[in-house]
Write a protein that binds this ligand. Structure first.
Ligand SMILES: O=P(O)(O)OC[C@H]1O[C@H](OP(=O)(O)OP(=O)(O)O)[C@H](O)[C@@H]1O
Ligand SMILES: NC(=O)CC[C@H](N)C(=O)O
Ligand code: SF4
Ligand SMILES: [Mg+2]
Length: 448
């Protein structure tokens, strides 16, 4: 099994709205590969969505004919429910449409919903029906909800809201493309579309964009900032900045610190493409061991980690890597990956390297051991699926077939990212949620 992560959200208010939202979703494809959708206003809220990658789910020609100035979009990687068209986002009714990234850790306490997003839509809709204005409804939701949520909401009055939870678990950025206002999970997508990044949405912030472009901002108190460390380690694009910190430079530093504190005697440093490549560059620079791109990522391959089932993850891995035998034969290798979650990737790569005649394989990991489940937007909801949950390094090395394995410590990771304000619950078991939950209860609720 691979872990699944996050979703990508994008919204545009102004000229070329649907085009920018569509293009933005393609640029956020790394955040979700299960389904894609766009809601827009044209005589009320309309939603188009489909399963698969953006280009499979949405018909580009049809999408680009939509002339609406108000749209929100979503690429999904599910953490609740199933990979069905019905559960694909944006999730909408006549009044509201929601594109949501995160997990509502306590959604199950409010009724029998198939996804947490369904709960959010229902909750906000009820408040609005009772006469609350949308900002008050969102504040009410923020009051009762626990967990991670960055979301964009479109209402039938042509208003768009961008909301980030008070802990700031997931990124969310505001920008401008021409005169159009945009929101995106990551700033790299806005920049690539020729836009300007205006700001990170703050933890606890609610930004309302009126149909005339007038912007109002409100904020609920944020007691502490806990951005998901995994956004830096694996999830986000390397050319993104999250809350002002460069993902690429963080990964380089993860590698440098890994080399300094976790050295290995070896002939070459080999990255496991894609996400670990800057970490391997950092490791190679610091250790002076030459970098060798001996694993070749095939052009057809997706991210394995965010596939919805274990069979799909495994089949992605089968087609994902080629190997340059002449580069590894007889060599002592430091093999770098950003993370080991279930161990699927590492097991396969080590097998490939051994079959190609590698002499020694020393695994060095650019994050700490993942021992605890996540209920804040990443889909590894049980301890039993995590290779490090009840094993030490020696046992893990044996299972994976490595000669040695070392991980970063939590402090080393924080030092490398250069932020203390991080969620590290999957490494430490300390959850920055509003309440304490029994892991046993959470494991049974989130087990899909
Ligand atoms: O231990 P596992 O359960 O196998 O999960 C960890 C692996 O999954 C991710 O890669 P992924 O293939 O999703 O994406 P990437 O191409 O961006 O590295 C991550 O970078 C690790 O390589
Ligand atoms: N990865 C996500 O952000 C998932 C969003 C939401 N929890 C869902 O299951 O659709
Ligand atoms: S538990 Fe881990 S994966 Fe989940 S939000 Fe915290 S740091 Fe990110
Ligand atoms: Mg990887």
């Amino acid at each position: 099994m691979k872990i699944k992560e996050h979703c990508g959200i994008f919204a545009t208010i102004g000229e070329n709205s649907v085009k920018y939202t569509y293009d933005g979703l393609k640029l956020l494809q790394h955040r979700g590969q299960e389904s894609a959708g766009i809601s827009y206003i044209e005589d009320g809220i309309k939603t188009i969505k489909g399963l698969g990658l953006v280009e499979e789910a949405l018909n580009e020609k049809e999408v680009l004919q939509i002339k609406s100035k108000f749209s929100i979009g979503h690429v999904r990687y599910s953490t609740t429910g199933k990979t069905t068209l019905q559960e694909a986002q944006p999730l909408s009714n006549e009044k509201l449409s929601i594109a949501f990234n995160g997990t509502i850790a306590n959604y199950f306490e409010f009724g029998n919903y198939s996804t947490d997003t369904e709960f959010i839509l229902d909750f906000l809709s009820k408040d609005i029906k009772e006469g609350k204005d949308i900002v008050h409804a969102v504040k009410h939701f923020m009051d009762i909800a626990d967990g991670a949520y960055s979301m964009v909401i479109l209402d039938d009055k042509k208003r768009v809201l961008a909301v980030r939870d008070p802990k700031g678990f997931r990124p969310l950025v505001m920008g401008k493309i021409g005169e159009s206002i945009v929101f995106s999970s990551e700033d790299s997508a806005i920049k690539q579309l020729g836009g300007k990044v205006l700001k990170d949405v703050l933890p606890g912030e609610i930004i309302l964009v009126n149909p005339d472009g007038k912007i109002l901002s409100d904020k609920v108190p944020s007691t502490s900032f806990h951005t998901c460390a995994f956004e830096y380690i694996y999830f986000s694009r390397a050319d993104s900045k999250i809350d002002g910190v460069s993902v690429y430079m963080s990964r380089i530093r993860l590698g440098e610190i890994l080399a300094k504190n976790h050295p290995a005697k070896a002939d070459i440093v080999v990255p496991v493409p894609e996400s670990s490549r800057p970490i391997a560059i950092g490791y190679s620079r610091e250790s002076k061991i030459p970098l060798e791109e001996a694993l070749i990522r095939t052009i057809v391959s997706k991210r394995s980690f965010i596939m919805p089932t274990n069979d799909k993850r495994k089949s992605v891995l089968e087609e994902k890597f080629g190997i340059v035998e002449d580069a590894v034969k007889g060599k002592r290798i430091v093999l770098i990956d950003d993370s080991i979650v279930r161990g699927n990737t590492m097991k396969r790569i080590i097998m490939l390297l051994r079959n190609s005649g590698a002499k020694e394989i020393h695994v060095r990991v650019g994050s700490p051991m993942i021992k605890y489940p996540c209920y804040m937007g990443i889909d590894f909801p049980s301890r039993s699926e995590l290779i490090a949950s009840n094993k030490d390094e020696n046992e893990i090395a044996k299972i994976l077939g490595a000669d040695s394995i070392e991980y970063l410590t939590v402090d080393e990771m924080k030092q490398a990212i250069g932020r203390d304000s991080l969620c590290t619950a999957c490494f430490t078991g300390i959850y920055p949620l509003k309440r304490n939950y029994s892991l046993q209860v959470m494991e049974s609720v989130f087990n899909r």
